[in-house]
Design a protein around this ligand. Sequence first.
Ligand SMILES: [Zn+2]
Length: 147
Amino acid sequence: MYGDCRKGETARTLVDVIWLPKKWGKTIRMTRINGVAGQLSKVSRELDQLPAKYDSFLFPPAGTVNCRVIEGTKRLSAHGSATAIDIAQQHSDYWRWAKPDSKGRYPYRNHIPTEIVEIFEKHGFIWGGRWYHYDTMHFEYRPELLK
Ligand SMILES: [Zn+2]
């Protein structure tokens, strides 16, 4: 659907999104397939209205398109199809960085403010902070999974 990034197919679907026009105003690239870039623009304009105390969570973003597999698997990451954005890496929690408890479970941690998560989710993005294998800086828009 989004093309195989390893064959250069995803690159042809990319369009510019201005990330936080007032706060940051630089261009990031997302796929136009399934309206992903359009939805991210809506998120961007709304996040741009948040008070300055949220700025360090919002820009510079940690990345969008990146042709890579999910760590520890052979599956392509949502970043390969340019359907995902990572926000502030320095505030991020990732299950692989956590030490499992005595039952082998990964203790949940999150430092991303609810206000930010709510804006992404309002526009249909899936938050990686809701996964058992959590990745709290990660948001992806995959309407084909929700149907
Ligand atoms: Zn990610």
